[in-house]
Ligand binder design. Structure first.
Ligand code: INI
Length: 156
């Protein structure tokens, strides 16, 4: 009987070109997610010269810029960062829903890892917890997911 083949991605960002798209809405939170993502990439071997950060007004605008970055062919992985806080109207659902499905569409259509580091929370406190507080830094976690996925794709 032949042995099974296992593919897994190393958490090594050496030489990886990573594009980060960050939504300025709730900027105090998103700045921390961007710092978390950049620090994590550096700690795993990425060079600053291989990291590009693009800012957009809000999470709704993330997919179009992710798509443009993906189309350049210059990136091995992308990271979407933002913070959508639920309000009193259904606006949250439209913004968060379109942002998530638009980001996934870029990943699927281009075959490129797009990590989803967009917080979708009920309260500001929940956002603080996830942006370097007691629940960690979801920007850093998304960056690691991007690296791992890029490496596993590379293994085929
Ligand atoms: N954008 C966010 O990134 N987070 C939010 O919480 C948010 N809220 O609550 O409205 C938000 N809205 C703006 C939206 O992303 C677009 O920028 C805007 O609708 C213009 O297209």
């Amino acid at each position: 009987m032949s042995e099974l083949t296992t593919h897994s991605g190393r958490l090594d960002a050496t030489g990886l070109r990573v594009g980060i798209v960050a939504a300025r809405f709730n900027e105090a939170i998103v700045e921390r997610l961007v710092s978390g993502a950049c620090d994590t990439l550096r700690r795993h071997g990425a060079l600053d010269s291989d990291i590009a950060v693009a800012w957009v007004p809000g999470a709704f605008e993330l997919p179009v810029v992710l798509r443009r970055m993906a189309d350049t062919g210059r990136f091995d992985a992308l990271v979407a960062l933002g913070c959508v806080v639920r309000g009193a109207t259904p606006h949250f659902d439209y913004v968060a829903g379109e942002c998530a499905s638009g980001s996934m569409a870029v990943a699927r259509e281009l075959g490129l890892p797009v990590a989803f580091g967009v917080l979708t929370v009920d309260t500001w406190d929940q956002a603080v917890e996830r942006a370097g507080g007691k629940a960690g830094n979801k920007g850093g976690e998304a960056a690691l997911a991007a690296v791992e996925t890029a490496r596993v794709l590379e293994s085929f």
